[in-house]
Write a protein that binds this ligand. Structure first.
Ligand code: GDP
Length: 295
């Protein structure tokens, strides 16, 4: 794997030719190439800056063992730091001792929230759990039909009320039903908007207060580019997230949003969406994403 990355960072590797250790003087050229790679991967500019500063501190002074090229060592340091920043390991979904575990899905319209809700429902069902999907997206009524259809497809019950109740009331009633009927997990699909919007945030806060979730998962489209940073900042400041789902990684996005989300919120990406089908959900592995981001 490092061989591929070393090829990718040929110029960076060359910058160390003939040097015995990574020093302040020879690291800058190499860092420039890393910076370009991160920006190409759509990591947000402020996050790139912060990351580069951290890598510089880690890399400078690194002694290079005999037989290893300092260039290769440098790439290894960058890769390791990227993995560390993204959490090192996969972080599992919350599982509350007191059932049901409540998971609130948040995100902009089109990010893949409703799809991710169904995907998580299927994943839990396959683990012999009993999830209930709650359709609280009253802003886009088609989302309710969409969730109902997906629920039938995966054979998981969907709670929806076609009355004029507020989303927080629907969510609360869904939770009551789950408690009364022995569902162990409640997944609440909420309404997004096309962009950050105070109505949406107010609604999210009210739903959060009503159901006291164990997990608030921000669903982010990996194709959205640098904007992922602002979206994460807004949702985390106003609502408070516990993790994220990064969708549409079956596309050609390099996944830089993963680094931005983690750096800005400090919260882990827990899953990635890799297709439109309900099965297309995978746990997030920092190691794999680091390689993807770099090259
Ligand atoms: P919501 O508005 O956030 O609820 O978004 P939807 O769940 O309705 O998804 C918006 C569109 O993205 C739909 O056409 C989904 O099929 C598609 N979508 C969701 N997740 C993925 C994914 O991981 N990969 C791909 N290729 N498409 C996805």
């Amino acid at each position: 794997m490092f061989e591929e990355l070393t090829n990718q960072f040929e110029d960076a590797v060359k910058a160390f030719k003939g040097e015995a250790k990574i020093s302040e003087e020879n690291v800058d050229e190499a860092l420039k190439q890393v910076r370009r790679a991160l920006l190409d991967a759509d990591v947000s500019l402020s996050v790139v800056k912060e990351f580069i500063d951290e890598v510089r501190v880690k890399a400078v002074g690194t002694e290079v063992v005999r037989g290893i090229d300092p260039g290769q060592k440098f790439i290894q340091v960058v890769h390791e730091e990227l993995v560390n920043v993204m959490g090192g390991e996969n972080d599992p979904l919350a599982n509350s001792e007191e059932q049901p575990t409540v998971i609130l899905m948040a995100g902009l319209q089109g990010a893949g929230k409703t799809t991710a809700t169904a995907k998580l429902g299927l994943l839990l069902k396959e683990k012999n759990k009993k999830p209930l999907l709650v359709a609280a997206d009253t802003y886009r009524p088609a989302a309710i039909d969409q969730l109902v259809t997906l629920g039938k497809q995966i054979d998981v019950e969907v709670f929806n009320l076609s009355s004029n109740l507020k989303p927080e009331e629907i969510a609360k009633k869904g939770l009551e039903k789950a408690k009364n009927e022995g569902f162990d997990t409640v997944l609440v699909d909420t309404a997004g908007r096309l962009q950050i919007d105070t109505d949406m945030m107010g609604e999210m806060v009210r739903i959060k207060e009503a159901v006291q979730p164990d997990e608030v998962l921000l669903v982010v489209d990996s194709m959205i580019g640098q904007e992922a940073a602002d979206i994460t900042r807004s949702f985390h400041e106003k609502v408070g997230i516990t993790g994220a789902v990064l969708t549409k990684l079956d596309g050609d996005s390099r996944g830089g949003a993963a680094l931005s989300i983690r750096k800005i919120s400090g919260k882990p990406i827990k899953f990635i969406g890799t297709g439109e089908k309900v099965e297309a959900l995978q746990p997030f592995y920092p190691e794999r994403m680091a390689s993807r981001i770099l090259g």
